[in-house]
Design a protein around this ligand. Structure first.
Ligand SMILES: [Zn+2]
Length: 332
């Protein structure tokens, strides 16, 4: 048993309270490589932002749970080395799909876990979420639950169609499950292809796809039912078109990739939405830099030669999100 407190990590409780009161959101960046971790920590330290480093089941299988735990501990120590006296770093399990997986993470240094029972029948979702909450709270770990289904693909999480969260269910769900925060479905979606071209309109000037707007009416109804309760948005990458263009210009093939416009995420950050999940944008930033490098310097074969610009490009993206979209800078 390794407590996250021994690793210098924090849970989300105080972080979310301040974010809801302050009208900003905490960035939740997925990671599974050294370069992503370094870029996340550098960006958080430079902008003085709290940060959630999150790991999906797929990332845990890819990188190994023990290694990721020590990377999170390394992130805290690295932040201090970079001059941050009191880093606020959470190690979070993204989309836990069973009590056993959540328990295993809690026993191995995670400070926050998500149990995603959104595909289960309502009562079953409450029952297992509550079981996770009881175990987690006994170890001062916070729990994110999910109600409503997001469309798209994220590692093993997959759904054909989204089902918006029903505002009339949130009070009952949050009260009976005891969760600390709630992921809701209001039109965000996993992956780099969040919407089909048929769901979008086209900007006549640029020819780019414009996705349908998020359901802010549902968000506001949920806020009214659960005032001040921390709300989470998954699948909130913006799929920056300049990165997609770079990838496509250097041998890639990502036709019609489309994300959530940043101005909508900016608006959501000011509400009870206090955690915004960003994964695809980091993948795109990394891939764009590497493709460009290989195209321009075909003789390079030292991984540091192409991973360094990849790390720089991810860091630039993380800083942009923190400062220009979520507003979590200068909050340490
Ligand atoms: Zn997700």
């Amino acid at each position: 048993m390794t407590s996250y407190k021994e690793l210098g990590l924090v849970n989300t409780r105080e972080m979310f309270k301040k974010a809801v009161a302050g009208g900003y959101a905490i960035p939740a960046f997925n990671f599974n490589t050294l370069e992503q971790m370094q870029a996340i920590v550098q960006a958080a330290v430079e902008t003085k932002s709290p940060v959630i480093m999150q790991v999906s089941k797929g990332a845990r299988n890819y990188a190994n749970g023990t290694i990721l735990r020590y990377m999170a501990q390394g992130a805290v120590e690295y932040a201090k080395e970079l001059g941050c006296e009191n880093p606020q770093i959470v190690l979070h399990l993204d989309h836990g799909d069973s009590f056993e997986l959540c328990k295993d993470c809690i026993d191995n240094g995670f400070s926050s876990v998500m149990f995603d029972g959104s595909s289960l029948p309502y009562e079953e979702n409450i029952r297992i979420t509550k079981q996770v909450v009881e175990y987690a709270h006994a170890h001062d770990v916070t729990v994110e639950a999910e109600l409503g289904v997001l469309a798209g693909v994220e590692d093993e999480v997959q759904a054909e169609k989204s089902h918006y969260t029903k505002p009339e269910e949130v009070i009952d769900f949050a009260t009976r499950s005891g969760c600390d925060s709630l992921a809701i479905s209001i039109g965000t979606s996993h992956g780099a292809y969040k919407f089909t071209p048929e769901q979008c309109t086209r900007d006549p000037k640029t020819g780019r796809l414009v996705p349908p707007p998020l359901a802010f009416d549902i968000l506001h109804e949920i806020e009214k039912k659960l005032p001040g309760f921390p709300i989470v948005l998954h699948g909130s990458s913006s799929v920056p078109q300049e990165e997609v263009d770079t990838i496509n210009a250097h041998g890639g093939k990502l036709p019609d990739a489309v994300g959530i416009p940043e101005e909508q995420l900016r608006e959501a950050s000011k509400s009870a939405v206090c955690k915004i999940n960003i994964d695809s944008d980091s993948r795109l930033a990394m891939t764009a830099a590497i493709r460009k490098h290989f195209d321009e310097k075909p003789g390079d074969f030292d991984p540091r030669q192409y991973l360094k610009p990849a790390r720089e490009n991810m860091k630039k993206m993380y800083i942009h999100k923190i400062v220009e979209v979520l507003g979590s800078n200068n909050k340490l």
